[in-house]
Ligand binder design. Structure first.
Ligand code: ATP
Ligand code: MG
Length: 555
């Protein structure tokens, strides 16, 4: 038997090694969002990576809200994040945690450090602390409060907890090494005084732990084995390990860093998205032009397509940007076989088939997806008056234009050959109606081989087509200029990022369509029922992606 060759990413290789060497006998990962905004495509990578690893190794996956910073958190974000994680399919089951549930443990850890002579209360002002810290090239200076006795530190820390000091008056610092080449190790602050109400613990606390102290404790308490985070935390790892060691947690979680996912010409920063929302440039955090998970879902992306995308991006240690076109490639690939192919006319003009009897209607049997029989068939009404796309008719066609023009014959998709015989115009010369005749011999599926035509166009029956609003999207960012304005740091917005077409017609086959359902509209792309604005009798569709792509699969 040949051995299966599976290429593993560097994190999997590290996990394999840890399991082999007996460092851990299981795998437990977590996704630790701060509930201060909506999740975006970058977070999706982290979620799917952590969940995927837990699954692959038969381990556990935790969702933990990192709500140690009472100022910024918001319950609305907690709910949206839970919904996004579930939608992506990362099941956390009963493993939902809040860092604020560990405030007591964190306090005990701090007391333990004080007792070991590894932490002290410092009275320097924030500005002085900064000055004493030194720089990348110069070592820091010891705080004059560094050598307080254990008893004095215990008493002061308790007084901090009891609300005897104002914000910023005192901090608790780890006693490590003010001369360390790693600035994070120069007696970092681990607790601060902040008289703020916390959404979970209310007014119980007026001291709050700093991220670098809280995070390793959260991981350790939950018995996380591999704490996977992004590269900016690489320099914090020695401190992470110090906290776990000095607080005497066993087994110790292990931090592993990977490169953040960046998409070219896309806004992911919470600060910028907030501004776009507040200024009404986009219609909320789930505006389909954004790449928050809620926005991607509303636009019509599927969890499967995002998973495919994240897998294609891979996991690495080097920073790079991925082209948005790759995400589009993934959604096309995902929907291609799964979704029905319908007809919709986005810029209608009328086509009248002069020799088709007035008032008559026939039903054509049409496959929902020619490449996937399982999607079944539907019946499509065909009649004398239809709508076709305005651009599928020209009075004076250029060379190689094979669609309708006077005297030319085309195939109406799923129906008959029609030949253009004349057209009508309004006073300004705009075409209003195209006239044609059909040949009953040429019915689709009849096996007609008499002659060939070069063009096939789509259509909808005029009397029973359903009117719909269609929203066409372009990148929110002006791609020529890049995301940020060089002069003032503002966003370079594309004024044409949203085009609303209110006068579209879709074939009468959408009776059962519900929010988030998606379809291919032949020749026009993939579309999705807008979850916010669509009504059964006033359909609104978002274009997820067009059919054509400039994206080439990397080898
Ligand atoms: P942002 O800076 O975009 O607002 P954040 O890092 O502040 O995001 P957190 O809630 O702190 O958001 O992040 C939760 C987790 O998601 C962290 O483990 C973080 O490393 C990870 N993460 C955030 N952005 C990305 C990204 N672009 N690619 C991969 N992982 C990311
Ligand atoms: Mg953050």
């Amino acid at each position: 038997m040949g051995e299966e060759v599976v290429s593993k990413n560097f994190i999997e290789q590290e996990i394999d090694k840890d399991l082999r060497e007996g460092v851990y006998d299981n795998v437990c990962t977590r996704f630790p969002p701060e509930p201060n905004g909506y999740l975006h495509i970058g977070h999706a990578k982290s979620i799917l990576l952590n969940y995927g690893l837990a699954k692959k190794y038969g381990g556990k996956f935790h969702l933990r809200f990192d709500d140690t910073n009472p100022m910024k958190e918001d319950m609305e974000f907690v709910e949206s994040i839970k919904a996004d994680v579930q939608w992506l399919g990362a099941e956390y089951g009963e493993h939902l945690y809040f860092a604020s549930d560990y405030f007591d443990i964190m306090y005990e850890c701090a007391v333990k450090l004080i007792k070991k002579g590894k932490a002290y209360v410092c009275d320097l002002s924030p500005e002085e602390i900064r000055q004493y810290r030194g720089t990348l090239t110069e070592p820091g200076k010891n705080s004059p409060y560094r050598d307080r006795s254990v008893e004095e530190n215990l008493a002061l820390f308790e007084a901090m907890k009891n609300g005897e000091y104002k914000d910023g008056e005192k901090v608790l610092r780890a006693k490590i090494d003010m001369a360390s080449p790693n600035i994070n190790m120069r007696d970092p602050i681990i607790y601060r005084v902040a008289h703020m109400t916390h959404h979970n613990t209310g007014d119980k606390w007026c001291i709050y732990p700093m991220y670098d102290f809280a995070h390793p404790i959260e991981d350790a308490v939950e018995k996380i084995t591999h704490s996977i985070c992004t590269l900016e935390f690489e320099d914090h790892r020695p401190l992470y390990d110090w906290v776990v060691r000095e607080c005497e947690f066993d087994p110790a979680p292990r931090q592993i860093e990977f490169a953040k996912l960046y998409l070219t010409n896309v806004v992911t920063g919470k600060r910028y998205i907030k501004k776009l929302v507040q200024e009404g440039i986009v219609d909320g955090w789930d505006d389909p032009r954004l790449v928050s998970i809620a926005a991607l879902r509303r636009r019509g992306f599927t969890p499967e397509s995002i998973k495919m995308f994240v897998e294609m991006c891979g996991v690495s240690k080097s920073q790079s940007s991925v082209d948005y076109a790759m995400l589009e490639y993934c959604i096309r690939e995902d929907l291609k076989m799964k979704r029905p192919r319908m007809m919709a006319v986005l810029d209608p003009i009328k086509l009248v088939i002069d020799n088709y009897p007035e008032g008559e209607r026939e039903y054509l049997d049409v496959a929902n997806n020619l490449e996937n029989e399982e999607l079944g068939m539907r019946q499509l009404p065909f009649e004398r008056e239809l709508y076709i796309e305005r651009e599928d008719f020209m009075i004076e066609p250029p060379k190689k234009y094979f669609r309708l023009f006077p005297g030319n014959e085309v195939r109406l998709m799923h129906a008959y050959f029609v030949k253009c015989v004349s057209y009508e115009t309004d006073e300004e010369g705009n075409v209003t109606v195209v006239h044609a005749t059909y040949d009953p011999e040429t019915k689709a599926g009849s096996g007609f081989t008499g002659r060939k035509v070069k063009g096939t166009i789509h259509w909808v029956p005029a009397s029973c087509a359903q009117k719909a609003e269609v929203r066409l999207y372009e990148n929110l960012i002006d791609e020529e200029k890049g995301v940020y304005n060089k002069e003032d740091g503002s966003l370079n917005l594309n004024p044409h990022s949203l085009e609303i077409r209110k006068n579209c017609y879709v074939e009468p086959s959408f009776q059962d369509a519900k929010a988030y359902d998606s379809f291919q509209f032949v020749r026009n792309g993939y579309f999705c029922i807008d979850a916010r604005d669509s009504e059964p009798d006033a359909l609104v569709f978002n274009r997820i992606v067009s059919l054509k792509s400039s994206f080439k699969l990397p080898k």
